[in-house]
Ligand binder design. Structure first.
Ligand code: NAD
Length: 465
C-alpha cells in the first residue's frame, strides 16, 4: 500500500509557504487544469470508456467539458468574489471599519466516487484551488483507468498544488487518519458515516455530497411525450448510475399508463430497439452492482426491458411497476431501473416524498402553477427542478448539494469558493478618538444612560429596517 503521509506533508508544505494565496497562483492552477483536460482529452476519454463504457460525447459533456467550463467560470469571476465585503458598523463601535474576506483553509482532501470519476474529483479540486488551497485527491478504485489517468497527469500539470493517492478503503482509512483542513466527500451513506466519524477526531469541516432516491412527479397538464423523453434521458444516461437521476416516478394511474407508453418510445428513440448494440448506452461498473440490480429487478415486476448480460455487464433500460414492499423502493437504485408508482394526486405524492429521507433532487413535470408552488412550499430537497432532470448542476450560479440524508454543504462556482474558504471577520477601529472611554469601567449613572441610549438606538434602527 502506498504510504499517504508524504503526499499530505508535501501539500501542507506548499500551503504553508504562502505561495498559494495570490490570485495569480490560483488562476495559473485553473488554467493548468483546463490545459490538462484539453491536451489529455483522448487519454481521459479512453479511461472513462474503459471504466464505464462511457461514450466519448457523454464523457465530453458530463466530465471533461463540465470541469473545463467550471474552471473557466471560476477564472472569470474569482477576482470579484475574493474582494473584501464591507459590513456596516453599529453606532456603539464607530468610528470603525468592518469587512469580511475569504481566506484559504489549507489542505483539502477530496474523496471521489466511480460514477463520474473525473468530474467529481476535478470539479471540487477546481474550487479548492480557486480558494487558494492545496489538495489531496483520492479517486475511486472502482474506476481504475480514470484513477490511473489522474495519477499520471495531475503531477505533470498541477505539480504540488494537488497530490493523487490511489486506492480503496485501506488508503482512504490511512488518509482519514491524517489532519486536513476540509474533507470533501462524494459517495454513499455508509462511507459518509466513516468520513464524518474520522473528521470528528480533528474537528475537520466536511462537505458530504451523497445520493438517495430523487423522485419525479408527473401530472396530466404536461406534455407526456416530452416529459418521458427527459425522464428517460436523466434516468438512463451513464446506465442509470447518476446521483441526480430520477429514481422513481409518481403519477396518477391514468397518467402513469400514458407515461409508460411514452417512456418505451423514448427509450427506443435514445438507444434503439436493442440498447445492447447502442454505442450511446453505458455499462454497469462492476459485477457486484450488476448482481445487486439484477436482484432488484427480479424482486419486482418488469413491464419493459429487463434484458441483461453478466459477461459484458449490459443491463437494458428497464421499467418496473413495483408492489408495496419491493426492495427496489427501499434503497437508491443507481442503475437503469425506473419504478412507476401510482398515487391519487400531488397530495399523496408529497406525503410519500416527505416520508423518506430528503432527496438530492426533486423533479416536477407540471404546467399547473398551484402544483409547482405546492411542491416548492411543502417539500425539502437539495434541488427542485421543473420539467428537467439533472441539468441544474450545469448552471454554475446554482449551489449543488443535498440536504439532510442527501448531504451537507454545496459547491460549484461561487459556492465552491465559499465552501473551500473561511469567511474571516475583520474589524479595524482607530485608537483615536477612543470612544470606548464612554463605556469603560468604572461605571456610574452617566455610563448607564449612555449604554441604554446606544442599545436602544440600535434596537430602533433594526426595527425600522
Ligand atoms: P462509495 O461511498 O462506495 O465510495 C466513495 C469513496 O469512498 C470511494 O473513493 C471509496 O474508495 C471510499 N470509501 C468507500 N467505503 C469506504 C470506507 N469504508 N472507508 C473509507 N473510504 C471508503 O460510493 P460510490 O459507490 O463510489 O458512489 C455511489 C454513491 O455516490 C451513490 O450513493 C451516489 O448517489 C453518490 N453520489 C453522489 C453524488 C453527488 O454529487 N451528490 C455524485 C455521485 C455519486
Amino acid at each position: 500500500m502506498q504510504t499517504v503521509t508524504p503526499a499530505v506533508a508535501r501539500a501542507r508544505e506548499l500551503f504553508g509557504s504562502g505561495a498559494t494565496r495570490p490570485l495569480a497562483w490560483r488562476l495559473e492552477q485553473l488554467g493548468s487544469l483546463r490545459r490538462m483536460l484539453g491536451e489529455r482529452r483522448t487519454e481521459f476519454i479512453d479511461a472513462l470508456g474503459s471504466d464505464l463504457g462511457k461514450h466519448r460525447t457523454e464523457a465530453q459533456l458530463a466530465e471533461i467539458g463540465f470541469v473545463t467550463a467550471e474552471a473557466a467560470h471560476l477564472e472569470r469571476h474569482l477576482e470579484g468574489w475574493l474582494r473584501p465585503r464591507p459590513v456596516p458598523v453599529p453606532l456603539a463601535v464607530q468610528p470603525a471599519k468592518a469587512w469580511t474576506e475569504l481566506t484559504p483553509l489549507g489542505v483539502v482532501l477530496v474523496i471521489g466516487p466511480w460514477n463520474y470519476p473525473l468530474q467529481l474529483v476535478l470539479a471540487p479540486l477546481a474550487g479548492a484551488l480557486a480558494a487558494g488551497n492545496t489538495a489531496v485527491l483520492k479517486p475511486s478504485e472502482h474506476a481504475p483507468a480514470t484513477s490511473a489517468a489522474l495519477a499520471r497527469w495531475i503531477p505533470e500539470y498541477l505539480a504540488g498544488a494537488a497530490e493523487v493517492v490511489e486506492g480503496g478503503i485501506p488508503e482512504t482509512t490511512a488518509l482519514l487518519a491524517e489532519r486536513f483542513d476540509h474533507i470533501f466527500f462524494t459517495g454513499g451513506e455508509a462511507a459518509a458515516k466513516v468520513v464524518l466519524h474520522a473528521a470528528a477526531e480533528n474537528l475537520t469541516p466536511v462537505t458530504l455530497e451523497l445520493g438517495g432516491k430523487s423522485p419525479a412527479y408527473v401530472d396530466a397538464s404536461t406534455d407526456l411525450a416530452k416529459a418521458a423523453k427527459r425522464i428517460a434521458w436523466g434516468r438512463f444516461m451513464n446506465a442509470g448510475q447518476t446521483c441526480v437521476a430520477p429514481d422513481y416516478v409518481l403519477a396518477t394511474p391514468e397518467v402513469l399508463d400514458g407515461l409508460e407508453h411514452e417512456l418505451v418510445k423514448a427509450i427506443t428513440a435514445l438507444f434503439g430497439t436493442d440498447s445492447a448494440r447502442s454505442e450511446s448506452y453505458g455499462r454497469i461498473v462492476d459485477d457486484r452492482h450488476f448482481q445487486r440490480l439484477a436482484a432488484l429487478a427480479d424482486g419486482s415486476t418488469v413491464v419493459h426491458g429487463g434484458q441483461r448480460d453478466a459477461a459484458t455487464r449490459y443491463f437494458a433500460p428497464t421499467l418496473l411497476r413495483p408492489a408495496p414492499g419491493d426492495a427496489v423502493m427501499a434503497e437508491e437504485i443507481f442503475g437503469p431501473l425506473l419504478p412507476l408508482l401510482p398515487v391519487t394526486g400531488r397530495g399523496e405524492a408529497i406525503r410519500m416524498i416527505n416520508a423518506r429521507a430528503k432527496p438530492l433532487a426533486l423533479y416536477v413535470f407540471s404546467n399547473d402553477a398551484g402544483t409547482r408552488r405546492e411542491f416548492a412550499e411543502r417539500t425539502s430537497s437539495g434541488a427542485l427542478c421543473f420539467d428537467i432532470p439533472a441539468a441544474h448542476l450545469t448552471v454554475p450560479g446554482l449551489p449543488f448539494g443535498g440536504v439532510g440524508g442527501s448531504g451537507m454543504g454545496a459547491y460549484h462556482g461561487e459556492d465552491s469558493v465559499r465552501t473551500f474558504s473561511h469567511e474571516r471577520a475583520s474589524l479595524a477601529k482607530p485608537l483615536r478618538p477612543d470612544t470606548l472611554e464612554l463605556i469603560y469601567p468604572p461605571y456610574g449613572k452617566a455610563k448607564d444612560r449612555i449604554s441604554r441610549a446606544l442599545t436602544a438606538r440600535a434596537w430602533m434602527r433594526r426595527r425600522k429596517r
